[in-house]
Design a protein around this ligand. Structure first.
Ligand code: EPZ
Length: 419
């Protein structure tokens, strides 16, 4: 299996361009199921997750072609099988996004329940309860959700906890249900905003986009659109901002939407990281010795994203003084702590709160990736450590970052992918 070999203690200098958002392209690809049509999706990141979603769509009869200019051409006119098999769904939880559009188009669907992930169970009860509220009959048979949605009717839906995936799935059904649906405690993440905007451009009637209350007037049919461009990946952008802050130097992170990163910018500035925020880029100027310890809590958008928690934890290991991180989205998303401690960090966990000792001197070691974002934190740590680090199981990183080693090498890092 591939691994990364990283030589630490180099500063970073230069420009890094961010790609399209993984967590936007996946629901957009699922939404192509909704009606027969041909769509070009541009600014698509080359990630194993985008490829997994394309394989799932092809399994159902959709034609998906990856083109050289980071775009994909999707033709869903021959889609005839509302079935998503376990062997594909188990590799990527976001495959569950196909449930809603299959129900909306065919009135029925059979989709495998997703597996868990590195940091524990990730239930789909909110998805199922929301769909039942719209009149969908659901049974669980041999690990599959078997759904009958022949009589979709709008309703009032309240999510007990904000859920990105459940909001996306339920919206993609409600837009073709009879009557009005209101969703309270809906997700307002930029990726869900883009999904709702795409659906409206297809003829749906969704209002409240960007808030936690969505009102959907059901329509009888949708029209096709010819193209859509994926929004920039705010998590990839935040990862590079934190990397530059931790490693030191001057780096401009380009092709971003700064307001999608307001909470991260705010925390970096509290940690005394010098930022220059421009229209579509941010310049980080960091002297490592100046980082101030800053406590954070992860929250739903626009709060500090859980997908940058591991990377932030790494930064705080270098800060002056101790700090804490409270993880409010996934109480057990801490598998990276043990690996970071192997590199010389000193992090403890008490009741879903990480206590991070600052001023640590990191020393290269062999470590193991456990999930996409933990891998990013380990790469940052390795670049801050003295000596060489070997990171195994880097298939995790390839799920969420497009050619990260090339982007880092271009700004001065010594990182090599090896067999
Ligand atoms: C999306 O996952 C993202 N993935 C995750 O990014 C991200 O961490 C997460 O949202 C939170 O922002 C994609 O968009 C593909 P949720 P999702 O439903 O939709 C609980 C990455 O690294 N919950 O918003 O699966 C759940 O356990 C990935 O890019 C239920 O209890 O997350 C969690 O505690 C990791 N029942 C909370 O809600 C449900 O039915 C939020 O989960 C659904 C969720």
């Amino acid at each position: 299996m591939d691994y990364f070999e990283i030589n630490g203690s180099k500063t970073l200098n230069g420009v890094v361009e961010v790609g399209g958002a993984k967590n936007a392209v996946l629901p957009l690809m699922a939404a192509t199921i909704l009606n027969k049509g041909k769509l070009r999706i541009s600014n698509v990141p080359t990630l194993s997750d985008s490829i997994t979603m394309s394989k799932l769509l092809e399994e159902m009869g959709v034609e998906v072609k990856f083109e050289s200019d980071n775009s994909i051409f999707v033709d869903s006119s021959k889609l005839d099988t509302p079935f998503a098999p376990y062997d594909l769904v188990k590799t990527m939880r976001a495959s569950f996004y196909v449930l809603g559009p299959l129900l909306a188009r065919f009135g029925k669907a059979k989709v495998s329940l997703p597996g868990g992930c590195a940091w524990g169970p990730r239930p789909v009860d909110f998805h199922l309860e929301g769909l039942k509220a719209l009149g969908v009959k659901i049974s669980i048979e041999n690990g599959y959700v078997v759904a009958d949605g022949s009589n979709l009717t709008g309703n009032k839906i309240h999510f007990p906890k904000i859920s990105v995936g459940a909001t996306g799935n339920v919206v993609m059904v409600a837009i073709l249900a009879k009557g009005r649906t209101t969703i309270t405690n809906a997700a307002s993440e930029p990726e869900i905003q883009q999904l709702c905007e795409m659906l409206n451009s297809m003829g749906a009637n969704i209002s409240g986009i960007g808030s936690n209350i969505l009102t959907i007037e059901g329509v009888s049919s949708l029209n096709s659109i010819s193209n859509i461009s994926v929004i920039p990946d705010r998590i990839e952008a935040g990862t590079f901002l934190i990397a530059a802050a931790a490693i030191g130097g001057e780096v401009e992170v380009t092709n971003i939407i700064p307001e999608h990163l307001d909470s991260v910018i705010n925390c970096l500035q509290k940690a005394n990281i010098q930022l220059e925020v421009k229209d579509s880029s941010i310049v980080v100027r960091s002297k490592k010795e100046d980082i101030l310890s800053t406590n954070i809590e992860t929250n739903e958008y626009p709060g500090f994203p859980t997908d940058l928690q591991a990377q932030w934890m790494m930064l705080m290991c270098l800060a002056k003084g101790n700090s804490t991180i409270k993880e409010n989205i996934y109480y057990d998303r801490f598998t990276h702590i043990m690996e970071l401690n192997r590199l010389g960090c000193n992090i403890k966990l008490e009741d879903s709160v990480a206590i991070i000792e600052g001023d640590r001197k990191l020393i290269g070691a062999d470590v193991m990736s456990t999930d996409i974002r933990a891998s990013a934190a380990l790469i940052i740590a390795a670049l801050c450590a003295s000596g060489t680090t070997k990171i195994s199981r880097i298939y995790h990183i390839d799920r969420g970052y497009d050619n990260i080693e090339k982007k880092l090498t271009n700004i001065g890092a010594e990182i090599f992918r090896k067999k």
